[in-house]
Design a protein around this ligand. Structure first.
Ligand code: AKG
Ligand code: FE2
Length: 245
């Protein structure tokens, strides 16, 4: 199984590449959970070049590492983990069709509102950057964002294979997931499993390590969360377009 481990450059996740997945694979004992903790790291906001935009359009995922920097990421993770008491068992779908289907998804979650004030903080600045890149580089005019904090408690079956939107239905256009797990270790599970749309049935695992951001088109990329044995925290932002007719 090819895997994705931290790299210095954002990558498209398409067919497995010989240059990664071996030296930095999960099986290879990657210690990526600690990698974001260098002091003085300023972070590297995501930027979409032509290759990234083309990859999104082909239904691939973009993965960016150290997007906030170690200090900001650690603070954010601590702040959001303190919200554990606000989490509810997650539902599948919104509105009156919500289902509590723990056999489909087993996380606990809550919606996050943008704080008032000029500076909404690093998480919302990050999602503003993503919205700007989607607008300016990928020509996807976004009209809003919904943001969810999610925790898979240890010993959790994960989230079955799904897409976040159906073509021509609803408002979700792009998904961005930011991971909050400083101590993630091989064996903890909870990898994001991606099923690339390349006709070859390629699968990839992305480790949910602190300060990593994954972006893909909501109605294109099928994905799942693998079962986990340790708590696994993430924030997901869905960027919204106009309601489909
Ligand atoms: O947390 C993740 O890696 C993915 C979560 C997900 O697929 C979802 O909430 O729709
Ligand atoms: Fe999803």
């Amino acid at each position: 199984m090819p895997t994705y481990a931290p790299a210095d450059e954002p990558r498209l996740l398409a067919a497995p590449r010989p240059s990664d997945g071996q030296a930095r694979s999960v099986d290879g004992g990657d210690s990526s959970g600690e990698r974001g903790l260098d002091p003085g790291d300023e972070g590297d906001p995501p930027a979409f070049g032509p290759d990234q935009v083309a990859g999104l359009g082909r239904g691939q995922a973009l993965v960016f590492d150290r997007v906030l920097g170690s200090a900001a990421a650690a603070l954010l993770a601590a702040e959001l983990r303190a919200m554990e008491g606000s989490l509810q068992p997650a539902a599948v779908g919104r509105s009156e069709r919500r289902l509590y289907a723990t056999d489909v998804r087993s996380d606990w979650s809550c919606w996050l509102d943008r704080p008032e004030g000029a500076d909404a903080g690093p998480l919302w600045r990050l999602f503003d950057v993503v919205a700007g890149e989607l607008r300016d580089r990928a020509w996807l005019g976004m009209e809003g964002v919904e943001v969810q904090l999610a925790l898979y408690r240890g010993d959790s079956p994960g989230y079955l294979r799904h897409r976040d939107a159906f073509v021509g239905r609803g408002r979700r256009r792009a998904t961005a997931i930011y991971y909050l797990n400083p101590n993630w270790r091989v064996g903890d599970g909870g990898e994001l499993q991606l099923f690339d749309e390349d006709g070859l049935g390629s699968e990839r695992d992305v480790q949910p390590v602190l300060d990593r951001l994954v972006v893909f088109l909501s109605d294109r990329l099928e994905h799942a969360v693998r079962p986990c044995v340790a708590p696994r925290w993430a924030v997901t932002a869905w960027f919204l377009g106009p309601e489909s007719p």
